[in-house]
Design a protein around this ligand. Structure first.
Ligand code: SAM
Ligand code: SF4
Ligand code: SF4
Length: 388
């Protein structure tokens, strides 16, 4: 929030327990086939990417995610018993992998706050795809505990990390995390991750116009040529507490325009199907990609919908399966794993849920008149609960 604007925090709708029950017989009634490693939803989108939120707590209070006014000392975080334990997470993840998931991202809240997270990482790192391949296992963190934990994470089998960092200027960064956390400690975390080989590292910067857009160029200069891929994310109308306004969104096209005023850039191909970022390479004077200088990316979640090939499922901290970041309800897998469902029933339920998926919130929002965006699916779950 800019210093002059009035507080615009919207009260929280607590949707966490408002879930869709999944009968243990879902998906088993007529087609009790074994997972085939390939599922399609109603729009032909496969299931490839599973994001697992391991905690709803965080030591930061980024105003776009967990504003202090809502997430204060009285906020009712989930009790420990409500959280999926590591065995439950691994059991669910195993069935997702049998259905075609190739990549698992741990997130939160702040995932490094979850005690013994490296034990979970080791369990997930032991999983194999139906073709016998290891999974791509990664984690998104605010970086505050990374310097301390990087070596243990790497030893447990984590391959890489994405670090969120919204500016290099210490006062801007302290304002954005809203707990006065110094930027130097996050940079030390990134350096530690790089030193132990947790790469390629990505750094995500959420750009809020008027708050940190003047940090775009300093961030690009800082990470150019380091092997770290910086990505600029449009500020999204996720959740219901951040008081989102379209005029605070800096469209990716504007970010690229600013970068091009300073650097030569060439567009690059998407690294893989379902990739959310548009990639731009730093170029040599003759217009070739300068691989030593590296690349930047933009994630245009607001101005350019990428629902058509969205292959991401999200498992909340308490085991609700969300089919879209902007969903208002999850499907209750926890009661299956805590009930009598065996693995076949769990796999059948996941198949049934994914095959019924039709969500495409961003696409629908982009069809609304300009400068709106909050009209579709108003009751939305918080990002800190289902992860980014
Ligand atoms: N605490 C970890 C972190 O900050 O990296 C992981 C969880 S956080 C919810 C995951 C990502 O979501 C972060 O990169 C964060 O910047 C992003 N995020 C949160 N709220 C957002 C919003 N309103 N718009 C865009 N990105 C957002
Ligand atoms: Fe915490 Fe990450 Fe949300 Fe910031 S974006 S409040 S670090 S969960
Ligand atoms: Fe996927 Fe939903 Fe985002 Fe569209 S809005 S890309 S369906 S998470």
């Amino acid at each position: 929030m800019s210093e002059t604007s009035p507080p615009r925090v919207i009260p929280l709708f607590d949707l966490r327990h408002d879930s869709i029950p999944v009968p243990a017989s879902a998906g088993l009634a007529s087609d009790a086939t074994l997972p085939s490693g390939y599922l399609q939803d109603t729009r032909g989108r496969p299931l490839r990417d599973l994001r697992i939120s391991v905690t709803d707590r965080c030591n930061f209070r980024c105003s776009y995610c967990m504003p202090k006014e809502v997430f204060d000392k009285d906020y009712p975080y989930l009790p420990h018993a409500a959280l999926l334990n590591f065995e439950e997470i691994t059991r669910i993840a195993t069935q997702f992998v049998r259905h075609g998931v190739q990549k698992i991202r741990l997130t939160g809240g702040e995932p490094l706050l979850r005690k013994n997270i490296e034990v979970l990482i080791a369990q997930l790192a032991a999983l194999r795809t139906p073709h016998g391949e290891p999974l791509d296992i990664t984690l998104t963190t605010n970086g505050s505990l990374l310097a301390r934990k990087a070596a243990a994470l790497k030893a447990a089998g984590l391959q890489r990390v994405t670090v969120s960092l919204d500016g290099l200027d210490d006062s801007v960064f302290r304002q954005m995390n809203d707990v006065d956390f110094p930027v130097a400690d996050v940079l030390a975390g990134i350096a530690a991750a790089q030193a132990v080989g947790l790469g390629p590292i990505k750094v995500n910067m959420v750009v809020k116009r008027g708050t940190n857009d003047h940090q775009i160029i300093p961030m690009a200069r800082h990470f150019k040529g380091t092997g770290i891929v910086l990505r600029f994310i449009e500020y999204m109308d996720v959740g219901a507490t951040n008081g989102w306004r379209m005029d605070e969104v800096m469209p990716s096209a504007d970010v690229i325009q600013r970068l091009r005023a300073e650097f030569l850039l060439v567009p690059l191909e998407a690294a893989n199907h379902g990739e959310t970022a548009q990639r731009w390479g730093y170029a040599t004077p003759d217009g070739q990609h300068d691989t030593d200088a590296g690349e930047v990316g933009v994630i245009s979640s607001v101005t350019q919908a990428f629902c058509h090939d969205c292959n991401r499922a999200r498992l909340s901290t308490e085991g609700q399966l969300y089919l879209c970041l902007f969903a208002s309800q999850g499907h209750d897998l926890r009661s299956l794993v805590r009930g009598a469902a065996d693995d076949a029933a769990l796999a059948g339920a996941i198949r049934h849920i994914w095959q019924g998926r039709s969500e495409r919130y961003s696409e629908l929002r982009s069809q609304l008149p300009a400068n709106t965006g909050t009209d579709v699916g108003k009751r939305r779950v918080e990002m800190s609960y289902i992860g980014g």
